[in-house]
Design a protein around this ligand. Structure first.
Ligand SMILES: NC(=O)c1ccc[n+]([C@@H]2O[C@H](COP(=O)([O-])OP(=O)(O)OC[C@H]3O[C@@H](n4cnc5c(N)ncnc54)[C@H](OP(=O)(O)O)[C@@H]3O)[C@@H](O)[C@H]2O)c1
Length: 302
């Protein structure tokens, strides 16, 4: 059973924030996705300070059946602004960069303490939806933040980290939000299985600033623990993607793509069988026992 329709291509790795990318690189990635039948793309105004949206606009303009999702509330060169007028202005600027009159969806981008009263914010998004500028409205959550102040049932989509290292909110989105988008299946590259304690990211890759030292060492041990419960012929990225793609509470999976080669595994896993139940159970047990608690309490010394 193909679950290709659940895949959304995450364009943050194409923005330059993980190292420079040319327009040619971006075009190669987006065209390869389209050729494989993937039509959904997630971006944000501040990915590469507008570069990701502009590049998507150039490459995808006029593409039939293409669904673009962007965000609002964090603007290039301005920063956080969740005022209703600021949100409307941001969406207008995104439409220009994306070269579209309307887009499939817009998410509030990582509101933390900036929004205490969601009513005027949601009302403005609903008004933009009623005008036909966006088809769906939603919230992209910052990890660990509580969004119970969001009025129930008014936002179509909730986007949150969900991967083998962090499954906390994969089941908890409904009924406050209608659909759940799991993002970062490879935990921004941590679950690629290619990292070691010696990995050093280039200075222009944002991971250089935080994926290092004790944190890197701890995460590498977690990835080794995941590999240890998989069958011999299965690697961690494959298990990570197939787990999410067949998860009953997950409607869409936003997979980051920074190079055309990244798409090979994504496409293969979208047409592969679900993981055997014993593997799924072992991954959930490992997560609940060792990842879903502070490192000092976890059994494996992460
Ligand atoms: N707050 C928010 O709204 C928010 C936050 C985070 C992400 N997002 C969205 O969610 C998307 C997905 O997150 P993510 O970019 O962190 O995605 P991801 O799928 O967790 O990680 C993608 C990264 O994994 C690495 N990778 C290694 N081997 C790979 C392989 N075989 N196939 C694919 N990737 C491989 C690549 O980086 P290297 O090869 O360079 O290691 C790639 O850039 C983002 O692009 C963005 O659209 C939104």
């Amino acid at each position: 059973m193909s679950v290709l329709g659940k895949i959304v291509i995450g364009t943050w790795p194409l923005s330059g924030d993980f190292g420079a990318r040319s327009l040619g690189d971006i075009e190669a990635c987006l065209k390869k996705a389209l050729d494989a039948g993937i039509r959904r793309f997630d971006t944000a105004p501040n990915y590469g300070l507008g570069f990701a949206e502009s590049a998507l606009g150039m490459v995808l303009a006029g593409g039939e059946g293409v669904e673009v999702y962007t965000k609002c509330g964090n603007r290039p060169f301005i920063g956080k602004d969740f005022s209703p007028d600021g949100l409307e202005e941001s969406i207008g600027q995104s439409l220009k960069r994306l070269r579209r009159d309307s887009i499939e969806g817009v998410f509030l981008h990582n509101p933390r303490t900036e929004v205490t009263d969601y009513e005027p914010v949601v009302e403005r998004l609903e008004a933009l939806k009623a005008k036909g500028l966006v088809n769906q409205i939603g919230l992209s959550g910052a990890k660990g933040y509580d969004y119970s102040a969001v009025p129930e049932g008014r936002l179509d989509m909730f986007q949150q980290d969900a991967n083998l290292l962090y499954l906390k909110e994969a089941d908890g989105a409904r009924p406050r939000f209608k659909t759940f988008f799991a993002r970062s299946p490879l935990a921004t590259g941590i679950l690629s299985g290619r990292l070691s304690e010696e990995t050093v990211f280039p200075a222009d890759d944002h991971r250089a600033g935080w994926l290092k030292g004790d944190r890197l060492a701890s995460l590498v041990r977690r990835v080794e623990a995941i590999q240890s419960v998989l069958p011999d012929n299965m690697d961690v990225p494959t298990a990570a993607r197939r787990f999410l793609l067949h998860h009953p509470s997950i409607d869409s999976v936003i997979c980051g793509v920074g190079r055309p080669g990244h798409l090979d595994g994504i496409i293969a896993d979208a047409t592969a069988d679900p993981l055997p139940p014993a593997v799924t159970d072992a991954l959930i047990a490992l997560h609940d026992r060792d990842f879903d608690r502070p490192p000092e309490e976890a059994g494996l010394g992460y």
